[in-house]
Design a binder for this molecule. Structure first.
Ligand code: UTP
Length: 294
């Protein structure tokens, strides 16, 4: 993608995938949550494709124990390809190719213990270096024609600084999320003057929560390196982002798209129904099945 803005380009994205996925146990006892399929591809591949569409060149996975399968998924599988070729399954060959990355694209590092999202991002410090970078949480799935990260790149090219994806939630649910304190709001982009992780409902500064897409400046690593524990005894990304505010521009983008929290069963099942109903090869069959059981 051609970069026409005056800000340093965002070339790298971090995918923190070292969490335990306890909400999906026992399915995730051995298999990583990120490999759960949403229609025909695992959650992590949806995240990868969104990043690639946004112009990301280097994909940094922060993995942990029992996550090797994710690296395998993005590798070339010559035996499988040979068999598909022999059987004339060209459509499947094209599909498999959408999941391949070269040595120049995929970089992995490890988080030995899941100490929190902030700690997972810190683990990518050396691979990111001194440049702005994106973060995608693969369990936050956003369905739209133009990917959420592409929309955020547009906002970054206009404003620079740090950009997070935000959406409105009911006030009684604010205690579950990172909530922003808006200084000004034009209905699409919000100037952020504060951030608080999982506030008490009566202390939430707004009903706008941050969801799992970020474009951050490398200075965030200065704060993450302090390893300060926050809510839930975890090293929170929100706390370090909050410290950047005031020193650097910080914006929230109300993205276009349907957001699903695929880290839990409700959101995951709703996402699967939505993706099936939007897929021409499945839509009619699934629609009539749902109608018949209702
Ligand atoms: P979540 O809290 O949603 O994921 O973290 P989890 O801990 O795997 O899931 P539950 O709550 O036990 O069901 C959001 C993202 O951050 C990553 C997770 O893998 C997920 O993509 N993460 C979280 C890490 O990589 N390391 C951590 O220490 C914590």
């Amino acid at each position: 993608m051609q970069n026409t803005s005056s800000f340093k380009p965002v070339r790298k994205a971090v995918f923190p995938i070292a969490g335990l996925g306890t909400r999906f146990l026992p399915a995730t006892k051995v298999m990583p949550k990120e490999m759960l399929p949403l229609n025909d591809r695992p959650l992590i591949q949806h995240a990868f494709e969104e990043a690639r569409e946004a112009g990301i060149e280097e994909f940094v996975f922060v993995t942990g124990r029992q996550k090797e399968m994710i690296e395998e998924h993005f590798d070339h599988q010559p035996e499988l390809m040979r068999t598909l070729e022999q059987r004339g399954k060209d459509d499947m060959i094209d599909k498999v190719k959408t999941s391949e990355m070269s040595e120049a694209q995929l970089f992995c590092t490890r988080q030995a213990n899941p100490l929190g999202l902030g700690h997972a991002i810190w683990c990518a410090k050396k691979l990111i270096g001194d440049e702005p970078f994106a973060i995608i949480l693969p369990d936050d799935v956003i369905h739209w024609e133009r990917g959420c990260l592409t929309q955020m790149m547009d906002a970054y090219n206009e404003h620079g600084g740090n950009i997070v994806a935000v959406k409105d939630v009911p006030r009684e649910e604010t205690y579950k999320y990172g909530i922003i304190d808006p200084a000004s709001d034009n209905g699409k982009t919000v100037d952020i003057q504060g951030l608080v992780e999982k506030p008490d409902i009566d202390k939430a500064p707004s009903t706008l929560c941050v969801i799992g897409r970020y474009i951050l400046q490398p200075e965030v690593f200065n704060y993450l390196s302090a390893f300060e524990k926050g809510t839930g005894g975890e090293i929170q990304l929100t706390d370090s982002m909050a410290k950047l505010i005031g020193n650097q521009p910080f914006h929230g983008l109300r993205f276009e798209g349907d957001h699903f929290d695929c880290g839990g069963r409700n959101g995951f099942i709703k996402a699967n129904i939505t993706y099936a109903l939007k897929d021409p090869s499945l839509r009619d069959d699934i629609k009539s099945y749902i109608e018949s059981i209702l």
